[in-house]
Design a protein around this ligand. Structure first.
Ligand code: PLP
Length: 344
């Protein structure tokens, strides 16, 4: 069976142009600083974000963990979103690799309450951990995809910098945020000190994420990356796909958001309790099955039998993500299947 896979934008396959670019890439030993394609990807990325430098890493998780290892000291405290990837889905790396204590803060639709945030920053004292870093995520919550505007990032950065803290952004899906907000990534990220984004999600590259920031940050992050075994040799073959991703896949992201809207509106037409339309801001549609007489678990199983893969979050909720591998026809057929399963 050919599956229509709505579980994640991580399932995207490399484009034909990426496959050709990977095959033809000019490469060298990147640990020795001799891979021209990796250098081109890093320079292109830095220019795109208006920051001094960038670093190619294997995954978003590695990027996040290397960033925290770079920006903190043993025993520091860092503030993270309670529903963030860094806090929930990185195998305890904040404690295990950086030796920091993570302080989770609720983020309603991705936003910390600013007073709450301010109160969470500890005054310096002989008995207190140093609150060194705040980690934001944009889009926020991998089961929703909320897009946080530049004005909010600026407000957090102002408070953080007043308290001698740094601002790190997990921007795994930063291009989805920038498209949704109509703000280019350079303006959107101008107030954060460092960030990561993924080449391997909506941008469809097979492997890789980028760290972006000041030259001093990237120089140290390169050394930390080596410590965790993330230095690569002829990585230009993968960087070549990343360059194609940045050059050809950013401009088509609006299609994914349009399909997410088509899906969300179609679900609402089946039953208005299935989805909160106003919470569908990017390419992620969050479905609730609590009021429709069938559990999400059952719907997921039945959809699988019909060739649709969707991701179960909890027994009543699941998520569908639109991406390069999903067409309008796929969305319409999934809607039809859901309608039938629910007996509407
Ligand atoms: C996917 C994701 C990551 C991790 O990226 P991997 O390449 O899968 O390690 C980090 N943060 C967020 C918000 C993500 O969605």
């Amino acid at each position: 069976m050919v599956y229509r896979d709505f579980r994640s934008d991580t399932v995207t396959q490399p484009t034909q142009a990426m496959r050709v670019a990977m095959m033809e890439a000019v490469v060298g030993d990147d640990i020795l600083g001799e891979d021209p394609t990796v250098q081109e990807l890093e320079a292109t990325t830095a220019a795109m974000f208006g920051k001094e430098a960038a670093l190619f890493v294997i995954s978003g998780t590695m990027g996040n963990q290397v960033a925290v290892m770079t920006l903190t000291q043993l025993g520091d405290e860092i503030i993270v979103g309670a529903d963030s990837h860094m806090y929930n889905l990185e195998v305890g790396g904040l404690a295990g690799l950086s030796g920091v204590q993570a302080r989770p803060l609720a983020a309603e639709r991705g936003r910390f309450d600013l007073d709450k945030f301010r109160q969470t920053i500890r005054p310096r004292g002989v008995q207190s951990p140093v609150t060194r870093l705040v980690c934001l995520e944009n889009t926020y919550n991998l089961n929703y995809g909320f897009a946080l505007p530049q004005s909010y990032l600026a407000e957090i950065a102002t408070i953080a910098h007043e308290h001698e803290m740094q601002v790190y952004l997990d921007g795994a899906r930063i291009f989805n945020a920038s498209v949704a907000l109509g703000t280019n990534v350079q303006a959107l990220c101008q107030d954060v000190d460092a960030l990561m984004f993924c080449l391997s999600k909506g941008l469809s590259a097979p492997i890789g994420s980028m760290l972006v920031g000041s030259k001093a940050f990237i120089d140290r992050a390169r050394w930390v990356r080596q410590r965790v075994g993330g230095g690569m040799r002829q990585a230009g073959h993968m960087a070549a796909a990343g360059l194609v991703a940045l050059r050809t896949m950013v401009d088509r992201i609006p299609e994914d958001h349009q399909l997410a809207q088509r899906l969300a509106h179609g679900l609402t037409a089946i039953d208005p309790t299935l989805v909160e339309i106003d919470k569908t801001e990017t390419n992620i549609v969050h479905l609730h099955f609590s009021s429709v007489g069938k559990s999400a678990t059952e719907v997921v199983d039945r959809l699988l039998e019909q060739g649709f893969k969707i991701k179960l979050i909890v027994p009543d909720d699941c998520r569908m993500i639109t991406h390069y591998g999903i067409t309008a026809a796929d969305v319409d057929e999934a809607l039809l299947a859901i309608r039938e399963i629910l007996g509407r």
